[in-house]
Design a protein around this ligand. Structure first.
Ligand code: ARG
Length: 490
């Protein structure tokens, strides 16, 4: 059991904290994942203090060098982020003290763990967004690649899980692409949302020291500085926004996963699972189970749980910082990890699926997927759509009775239901012809899908360019360039 003296707050205590309370309140087992972010936040704070002369030259140098050394050693793995500390903030101060002694005691000047943890969590969120975006772009590229192979592969598109109208496999795959592309744009907004620096808000009421929060913002690469010290330490909206974005992404991936489960079933047979993406059964030797896709489908529930956890933690929480907020870490870590793993898995699934164009084509039979084209053919000839719908319905009934496809119905039989019908109607009844005729903007005709692919590539390039623009916090670059101690007051 640790004694009050080991804590950042031991002074006014004389008794020990109960071990159960100690274990229950300790965040170090999980918030040590923020070590580098918290060290970078500390480095910016120390540099700002030194620039303002709040830390004297000798102490400033010692603290900055000490923190930079910790960053290097944590990054290289030489120093393990380990111990009996209460949280990552305590670990940093203890580790710094062990290295540089007394000057370490000045690092926490004009700072509280409340603005400190917000700073670290925002840096973490921004880093995660960049990583997620890179995974998302990788998945998007595979979807585009697979789509570009199948502009002429025709299959039924479904509504109500009933065969509806012919589409191409390319068009279908691109529908999934656009869902995640929107997630990519939402991720950029999450990065923006996490870009308000809370550093300098102190516990809740700022500080009497002549700090320069704008400078801290700049050193950390954030986009703006908090406007209200109370909101700065109470705000976790960026956590909610990132959790929501990850959850919605997981929901989108679950729809992709469900498609894989359905399509690889014997009932559909539109695709087969390559060995790389299937699992066997321990009892039924013949089985090839779509387990990775099923697990992917299940991950959405988990992500949504994390999102709800955040919202419930915030609901009715009085201003400003409350320890409930300590609970945000694990749920946020979980949702971003889940989203990352699910993106990577979705990509592997997209590469590993063996599509079966013949089975897809086969599914166009027996379900009258070009009935709407017949109705549209009549509309073009002046028949009101409602009447055209009625006549086409009769034609479908007739085809059903004769166990025929619409395009195989003899003209006389067709004319019994559709008096205007002539030979030219057969031009629109074959599925491939229907596909080619659906040339409206964003439609499945190959020439439209070619344009769609072009547009999709452009969007993906934008997301890639965004990833490439992301850089380390400037204070870290100062350190890497050996300029951390430059231009400080003598
Ligand atoms: N472990 C805390 C958290 O995760 C850090 C901030 C604690 N602040 C405090 N006054 N206890 O939110």
């Amino acid at each position: 059991m640790s004694s009050p003296g080991d804590k950042l707050w031991g002074g006014r205590f004389s008794g020990r904290v109960d071990p159960q309370i100690e274990r229950f309140t300790c965040s170090f087992p999980f918030d040590r994942r923020l070590a580098l972010d918290d060290l970078v936040g500390s480095l910016a704070h120390a540099r700002m203090l030194a620039e303002r002369g709040i830390l004297g030259p000798a102490d400033g140098r010692a603290v900055l060098e000490g923190l930079a050394g910790l960053i290097d050693d944590v990054e290289s793995g030489e120093l393990e982020v380990d111990g009996v500390d209460e949280d990552i903030h305590s670990w940093i101060e203890r580790s710094l003290s062990e290295r540089i002694g007394d000057p370490a005691k000045r690092l926490h000047t004009a700072r509280s763990r409340n603005d400190q943890v917000g700073t670290a969590l925002r840096l973490f969120a921004r880093r995660q967004v960049s990583g997620l975006q890179a995974e998302l772009v990788a998945l998007g590229s595979v979807l585009l690649e697979r789509a570009s192979e199948h502009l002429d592969t025709v299959l039924p598109g479904y509504t109500h899980l009933q065969r509806g109208q012919p589409v191409s496999l390319a068009h279908h795959l691109l529908a999934h692409f656009w869902a995640i592309e929107a997630d990519g744009r939402r991720l950029i907004r999450c990065h923006e949302a996490a870009g308000t620096s809370p550093l300098g808000a102190g516990a809740l009421a700022g500080t009497p020291h002549p700090i320069d929060p704008e400078r801290s913002t700049e050193l950390l690469g954030f986009s703006r500085t908090f406007a209200n010290s109370m909101f700065a330490v109470a705000d976790r909206d960026y956590v909610v926004e990132l959790s929501f974005t990850c959850s919605l992404l997981l929901v989108h991936l679950s729809r992709w996963a469900e498609e894989i489960v359905l399509w690889t079933s014997s009932e559909f047979g539109f695709a087969k699972l390559s060995d790389a993406i299937a699992k066997g059964s321990s009892i039924m030797p013949q089985k090839r189970n779509p387990e990775p896709a099923e697990i992917l489908r299940g991950k959405a529930g988990r992500g949504l749980g994390d999102l709800v956890a955040h919202l419930v933690q915030l609901k009715g929480l009085p201003l400003t910082y409350n320890s409930d907020l300590q609970e945000d870490k694990e749920a946020l870590f979980d949702v971003v990890d889940t989203a990352n793993g699910s993106l990577a898995t979705s990509r592997v699934l997209a590469s590993g699926l063996l599509f079966d164009p013949d089975a897809m084509r086969q599914a166009l039979y027996g379900s009258f997927v070009t009935a709407t084209d017949l109705a549209d053919w009549l509309v073009v000839r002046g028949v009101p759509f409602r009447s055209a719908h009625e006549q086409t319905g009769l034609a479908v009934k007739k085809a059903e009775e004769l166990e025929s496809e619409l395009w195989e119905l003899p003209l006389e039989a067709l004319q019994e239901c559709v008096p205007l019908a002539d030979e030219s109607v057969y031009e629109v009844l074959a599925p491939e012809k229907s596909l080619r005729a659906h040339r409206s903007a964003g439609g499945p005709a190959p020439e439209r899908v070619r344009e769609q692919l072009e547009r999709a590539r452009g969007q993906l390039d934008e997301l890639t360019a965004w990833c490439e623009l992301q850089t380390e916090p400037p204070v870290l670059s100062l350190h890497r360039d050996g300029k951390l101690l430059e231009d400080l007051p003598a």
